[in-house]
Design a protein. Structure first.
Length: 495
């Protein structure tokens, strides 16, 4: 081979390698939170029209197009010597069947059509028959697809970690999945992003199908519900859409708040829920807020969502976050075939649990970053190295800088005190315990030394601060209310 030929061969870079390089830059620039939420689940595919970056939902596609697509295009051009074109589409756009042919178009010679109820091929119908039956079949296929492809195998009831913040929701989920009698209908799980709602709905659907394979389970995201309903209207196939949903024994719809503001779709969902619950069929939904707060949702639908069982999922407390990290680390060690059992130093896991308090997804994303960098060496890494590795991601997330003054104000307000009480000489328990909590927060959230923290709390010495920090660490494991108070303060201080 000539030198020119060798140079050309070396220049051929697989698309996957180009995307990996682009992701490394995007993770640093966008931050772990944004990257994990919108780009981590996207996958590069080679389709008929070329390379396509495929997102799990249309919402993710739209966010990427608005906030990151220009940068992705720049990074792609920078790392791809072949100059290949890349497109952006949602999974629904890529996987959905092509539109049916118009009535005037004769099907190709030898074409066959699927028989009714999936009974296999039959003789090719007339062009008119194709036009009349294909849209309804397409809509039904759109709804069947999520039953197999929309569920994520990694979300199961067995690997859902429970704690005080979610144990009631988990008990309800297990009861629904087992087809137990005496259920409430509908069930609505609510909580902000990253609290485990999607995990629960996926796990319910999978377990329900395993427990009763003869029953019909339909799992949909709100985006899939909307897009399929719109397509049914366009294809004049709403009857097939309604029939497929209303014959479900269990219907699950994730992120139902996205339907707010879309009047026709809301009405269809309302009548679907009414029909299912009237016949004793089960409905499970999730939303980012309780029904009363879904102000953009029609009042009738909002009332119906409130009529069954509303389960709030609270932020994971510290013990739960630590449990999630340990389980996730164990799973990663099996996936990556670590040479020694999965483990990590307590101070490293505690740093992650105390730093990523708002979302389980962000918490898991931080652990993924460590494992990707260190592999099985994560078991030996110390706190300083963990902080060094994650510092760019924390910075990329525009983390708010917290001061001792901020901590004192927030702590005093939370416990109903005045800021001056925390720096006073008063030692009664109603003040001493919040003061110790504020010192612990200052140690966790600032870079101040113990002597400096002591000076800012009325001139106390560093041994007093050290005692306060150790005392709060002990009490957190014994007092769930104190643990919740500290978690709430951390979230507030970090904005």
């Amino acid at each position: 081979m000539t030198a020119a030929g060798l140079a050309g061969a070396r220049a051929i870079v697989p698309p996957g390698a180009v995307w990996t390089k682009a992701c490394a830059a995007l993770r640093n620039e966008l931050g772990e939170g944004a990257f994990g939420s919108w780009l981590a689940q996207a996958a590069l595919r080679e389709c008929e029209g070329g390379l396509v970056l495929v997102t799990q939902t249309g919402i993710a596609r739209d966010w990427i197009r608005r906030n990151a697509w220009r940068r992705i295009s720049e990074l792609w051009a920078m790392h791809d010597p072949q100059g290949r074109h890349i497109d952006l589409k949602s999974r629904f756009e890529v996987d959905s069947p092509s539109s049916s042919p118009p009535a005037a178009v004769q099907p190709p010679a030898g074409a066959v059509a699927q028989g009714p109820q999936g009974q296999g091929p039959q003789a090719g119908p007339s062009p008119v028959a194709v036009a009349r039956t294909a849209p309804a079949q397409t809509v039904v296929e759109d709804l069947k697809a999520p039953r197999a492809a929309g569920l994520q195998d990694r979300f199961t009831l067995d690997n859902f970690i429970t704690g005080p913040s979610n144990e009631f929701a988990f008990a309800v989920a297990r009861r629904v999945a087992s087809w137990a009698d005496g259920h409430f209908n509908p069930v609505l799980f609510h909580g902000p992003y990253g609290f485990g709602k999607t995990h629960l709905l996926n796990a319910i659907a999978a377990e329900a199908m395993r427990a009763a394979p003869e029953r019909k389970v339909v799992y949909l995201t709100a985006e899939r519900f909307l897009s399929t309903f719109v397509r049914a209207i366009q294809d004049k196939a709403t009857a097939a859409f309604k029939d497929d949903l209303r014959t479900a024994d269990l219907l699950l719809i994730d992120d139902v708040h996205f339907i707010g503001g879309k009047q026709t779709s809301q009405e269809e969902l309302f009548h679907t829920l009414m029909a299912l619950t009237a016949e004793g069929r089960r409905v499970v939904l999730s939303a980012d807020r309780p029904p009363a707060a879904l102000t953009e949702v029609d009042a009738r639908l909002r009332s119906h969502l409130s009529a069954g069982l509303v389960c709030g999922i609270e932020p994971a407390d510290r013990p739960l976050r630590l449990g999630i990290l340990e389980r996730k680390l164990h799973m990663l060690s099996r996936q990556h075939d670590f040479r020694r059992p999965a483990a990590a130093r307590p101070e490293a896991l505690e740093f992650l649990a105390d730093r990523f308090t708002d979302s389980v997804r962000e918490l898991e994303g931080a652990l993924n970053t460590l494992v990707a960098r260190l592999h099985d060496g994560v078991s030996a890494v110390g706190l300083d190295e963990v902080q060094a590795i994650l510092r760019p991601h924390l910075r990329g997330g525009a983390e708010k800088r917290v001061t001792v003054d901020d901590i004192q104000k927030a702590t005093a307000e939370h416990f109903g005190l005045k800021q001056v009480d925390l720096v006073s000489e008063r030692r009664n328990r109603a003040i001493a315990r919040p003061r110790q909590a504020a010192m612990w927060l200052a140690k966790q959230l600032t870079t101040r030394s113990l002597p400096d923290i002591g000076r800012r709390f009325g001139g106390r010495d560093h041994t007093t601060v050290l005692h306060a920090v150790r005392r709060i660490e002990e009490l957190k494991a014994q007092d769930p209310q104190l643990s919740r108070d500290l978690d709430a303060l951390v979230r507030k201080l970090r904005g």
